[in-house]
Design a protein around this ligand. Structure first.
Ligand SMILES: [Zn+2]
Length: 173
C-alpha cells in the first residue's frame, strides 16, 4: 500500500465516524447483553462509538504500532505505571502532558459506554479511554483498552497476556 492509499484509508475511517456514530453505538449496546461470568468483569460493551472491527488473529503476537500519543489524567494518580505498561505492550505509545488520547480512571464501573458492569471503554478508537481501578490486573485492562485503538474483540472469554489475540478477549477475570 502506498502512503497516499494509506492516507485515504485513514480519511475514510474518519468520515465513517462522522457519518455513523449512532448506528455504531447501537451495535455496541447490543454487545452488552453478552453473558457475564460470576467473578468476571465485562468488557464486551466497552467500545463506545465507533469501534475497530478487525481483531488480532489467533496466536498472533504484537505488531508494533507507529508512534501514537496519550496522556493520563489526575484521576489515575497512583496507577500511572500500570497504564504505561499497558500502552507499552503495543509499542509506539508516547505519554504526553496533554495531547493524544485522554485516559481517565474511576473506582467504579465505567458509565456512558452502552452497557452496565463495564470496566473499561475506548471511545472512537482513541478519542478517549476510561478505566476502572477495581479490576485485578489493571495493566492488562489498560493494554486491552489501548488495543481498541486498532482492534475489536478477538473472542469471548478471559483476557490474558499470552498474545495480542488473548489481550483482546471480552472479559477481565
Ligand atoms: Zn474491549
Amino acid at each position: 500500500m502506498t502512503m497516499k492509499q494509506r492516507g485515504l484509508g485513514v480519511l475514510l475511517v474518519a468520515m465513517l465516524v462522522l457519518v455513523f456514530p449512532f448506528a455504531a453505538h447501537a451495535a455496541e449496546s447490543g454487545d452488552a447483553s453478552a453473558p457475564v461470568a460470576a467473578d468476571g468483569h465485562l468488557l464486551a460493551g466497552d467500545q463506545g462509538g465507533h469501534g475497530a472491527t478487525a481483531a488480532p488473529s489467533k496466536g498472533s503476537q504484537v505488531t508494533v504500532q507507529l508512534a501514537w500519543y496519550y496522556y493520563i489524567s489526575s484521576s489515575c494518580s497512583g496507577y500511572e505505571n500500570s497504564i504505561v505498561a499497558g500502552a507499552n505492550y503495543w509499542g509506539g505509545g508516547v505519554r504526553t502532558a496533554s495531547s493524544g488520547t485522554p485516559v481517565s480512571c474511576t473506582p467504579g464501573y465505567v458509565s456512558g459506554c452502552g452497557g452496565s458492569n463495564v470496566v473499561g471503554c475506548n471511545w472512537n478508537q482513541g478519542g478517549r479511554i476510561a478505566l476502572s481501578t477495581m479490576v485485578r490486573d489493571f495493566a492488562l485492562l489498560s493494554a486491552h483498552e489501548f488495543g481498541h485503538n486498532w482492534y475489536g474483540h478477538s473472542a469471548s472469554g478471559c483476557a490474558n497476556w499470552n498474545s495480542a489475540y488473548d489481550v483482546m478477549k471480552t472479559m477481565m477475570c
